[in-house]
Design a protein around this ligand. Structure first.
Ligand SMILES: *[C@@H]1O[C@H](CO)[C@@H](O)[C@H](O)[C@H]1NC(C)=O
Ligand SMILES: *[C@@H]1O[C@H](CO)[C@@H](O)[C@H](O)[C@H]1NC(C)=O
Ligand SMILES: *[C@@H]1O[C@H](CO)[C@@H](O)[C@H](O)[C@H]1NC(C)=O
Ligand SMILES: [Zn+2]
Length: 248
């Protein structure tokens, strides 16, 4: 129980911190970073519990498993709604209304999934596979901190908002998933993930976490232009990199 609470806090703090150099990238690198940073804050007891659940292929490293749910999702689309919690754009998240699968199945959103896999890990008699529960939980706590995973239903969490990122055409969701982190890593850290992780970790403090957390809520404006602007504002708050993003 204490281990789980710590893991939650650590993952949430790590996810917030992973935004630090304008990096909000929940592609493979983003998930790796969130989990890598979180791992370094685990107590010895929590670390042993986590290692005991990891698959052999992880080589004892939680971070290596943190994109597994995205692979699983491509093979088994049932889990797709568990990766996000979009809303109609009224700046309110209403669990009963917004946490549903496409056919109205209850609890099928990232918030329901975090509850589900937390409960499964706490309950030693749960029938769910504990290794998978851990990998899902570590992934979803990362996802829920990607602003476009708490976006608007109408534009599929920014997926249909077309933008330019530097010279490439892409969409707002991908900018947050991959582009910002890729650019930051390339320009500020010579494409070296380890250096980037160390730089973020150095800045990880509780006050930093609380300072950055509110930016997660900025992405529900009805107008696409406003949403792009709020994304840019968050990128600026998140670090020194000036996101060169504009609507198409
Ligand atoms: C760390 O914090 C300093 C001081 O606020 C800031 O200049 C720097 O960009 C931050 N680095 C990262 C990686 O967040
Ligand atoms: C809870 O976890 C089980 C086992 O992975 C899964 O079948 C179920 O769909 C999950 N529900 C939610 C809301 O995450
Ligand atoms: C639990 O899940 C892991 C990862 O998918 C798998 O390798 C393992 O065989 C599963 N264990 C059981 C008992 O099904
Ligand atoms: Zn995901």
């Amino acid at each position: 129980m204490a281990m789980l609470l710590l893991l939650h806090f650590v993952l949430a703090a790590a996810a917030a911190a992973a935004r630090a150099p304008a990096a909000q990238a929940w592609g493979v690198e983003g998930h790796y970073m969130v989990c890598k940073i979180a791992e370094s804050y685990l107590s010895r007891e929590a670390s042993a519990a986590v290692k005991g659940l990891l698959p052999e292929s992880a080589g004892g490293e939680l971070a290596k498993t943190c994109s597994w749910p995205d692979t699983e999702r491509r093979q088994n689309p049932w889990s797709t709604p568990l990766h996000f919690a979009d809303t109609p754009g009224d700046c309110n998240f209403c669990y009963a209304r917004d946490c549903q699968g496409t056919k109205g199945e209850k609890d099928m959103c990232v918030v329901g999934a975090i509850n589900n896999y937390t409960a499964a890990l706490k309950d030693s008699s749960s029938p769910y596979n504990r290794t998978e529960s851990l990998m899902f939980l570590a992934h979803f706590v990362g996802d829920v901190h990607q602003p476009m995973h708490c976006g608007r239903t109408a534009d599929l969490g920014g997926n249909t908002v077309l933008v330019h990122w530097y010279t490439s055409k892409t969409n707002l969701h991908k900018v947050w998933d991959d582009k910002v982190i890729g650019t930051a890593m390339n320009r500020l850290y010579r494409d070296d993930l380890t250096t980037m992780i160390s730089a973020i970790t150095r800045n990880l403090t509780v006050s930093y976490y609380f300072w950055t957390a509110p930016s997660v809520r900025l992405h529900c404006w009805p107008s696409p232009k406003r949403r792009v602007q709020s994304g840019v504002t968050t990128a600026k708050y998140s670090g020194e990199l000036r996101a060169r993003i504009r609507t198409s």
